[in-house]
Design a protein around this ligand. Sequence first.
Ligand code: UD1
Ligand code: CA
Length: 489
Amino acid sequence: MSANSPAAVVVLAAGGGTRMKSNRLPKVLHEVCGRSLVGHAVAAAEELTPEQLVVVIGHMREKVAEHLVAHHPGARAVVQAEQNGTGHAVRTALETLAADGIELDGTVIVTTGDAPLLTGGTLRALADAHAGQGNGVTVLTAVVPEPFGYGRILRDEADGAVAAIVEEKDASDAQRAIDEINSGVFAFDAKLLVGALAEVTTDNAQGEEYLTDTLEILRRAGHRVGAVVAADYRDILGINDRVQLAHARRLLNDRLLERAMRAGVTVVDPATTWFDVQVSYEPDAVVLPNTQLQGATHLGEGSEVGPNSTLKDTRIGAGARVSNTTADGAEVGELATAGPYAYLRPGARLARKAKVGTYVEVKNSELGEGAKVPHLSYIGDATIGEGTNVGAASVTVNYDGVNKHRTVIGAHCRTGSDNMFIAPVTIGDGAYTAAGSVITNDVPAGGLGVGRAQQRNIAGWVERKRPGTTSAQAAAAASEPAAEVPAEG
Ligand code: UD1
Ligand code: CA
């Protein structure tokens, strides 16, 4: 905790979010760039290292509480059983802390659970202005092109200070014309906040306790009411419906891509490239069009991913190339290649210069340095040694219907095309297997495993059994003596 950490950040996330039209998810659990809306709020709050980080939950609260425990264990959930307004939500949070013997002293930041573009930096600027100006309350405002629906900032004509906030539903026509709006984010002096909340009434169009009323209350009591105007109004955009959700995702994605490009990543087509917030990279990585990097995916120096690839929680080594690939929980080593059309599932680990080619699925398997599975294969629960080549159309038959078994293929092996490795089975170093083999027994190092029926030919079968077909005609023509060719003179 730094010296100027706030006493608390309170994230308001209890509202219904009816305009999302969801039967399954509360608004704040909808996701933008790999993080829930409330997760973005908590992540921004965490940057301030507050002594208390409280999230007020209400609507579908079991789901939100579970999500916080799983992903943001540093946040403490407080239940607002009925959503009687933003003032009531903050009062509930402070009363719950007080009941637990936590008396706040210093700054309380109140923020909203539905504004994913809001950064820790913006919260920090608000907290700094609040402390620097000695305000009782400081509101984060923005000048927006479309103020409809937001609370409007009323400023004193004489000194320009914020006098009050009036909600859309309570505003006069003249007030509705104001384009400076309340972001819903504030810095308060803790003690003044408690006192002001006690004075908030429900005497308004929505019959709710408005947090916004505290500004007028504090100003009338002679306290300084400050405002910080957001440099870019898009930073404070709140999400109420899925159109705004998509818009915010696009804006945050643009921000993430710009950061990557400034750090030396080439993004060929930002319009079709999507990054999650946790994606990391090194210089000279190249991202080709229509590529989504999700979770904690990492791009090594000079690697190239895409086009048409979706990589989740996957590490791409320096100089590796991955094209038209779906990967989840995979590791692609330095100078290794995957695709086009590879599917790398959890635990797929490709060492340096390994290759997984076209229409190949790999799960929970290691490929050693320079090992290759170039075509049309399934490799599951296998270890493949360095320098080994697995022939086209091979399958590690890992599942007996109940349990999974391992296939171990040694170093520098050459396995034939169309092999079935019936696990558990081990192929020794330097061994070969014949094409078309069903390998049920171990093959010793340096041996050749052959596991296939002998071929026999039945001469004349087609002309006898399929007379009159084009095949029979072709066969007949092939068996006629060659037409006489005039000798060259
Ligand atoms: C609120 C502000 C408005 C501001 C806007 C910014 C008030 C009265 N109005 O309006 O000035 O411009 O946000 O987006 O504060 N919430 C609770 N408990 C409740 C009610 C709301 O936790 O009882 C939470 C919601 O989940 C949401 C936030 O508070 O995260 C804002 O609530 P919402 O209903 O969206 O308020 P707005 O009408 O948008
Ligand atoms: Ca809102």
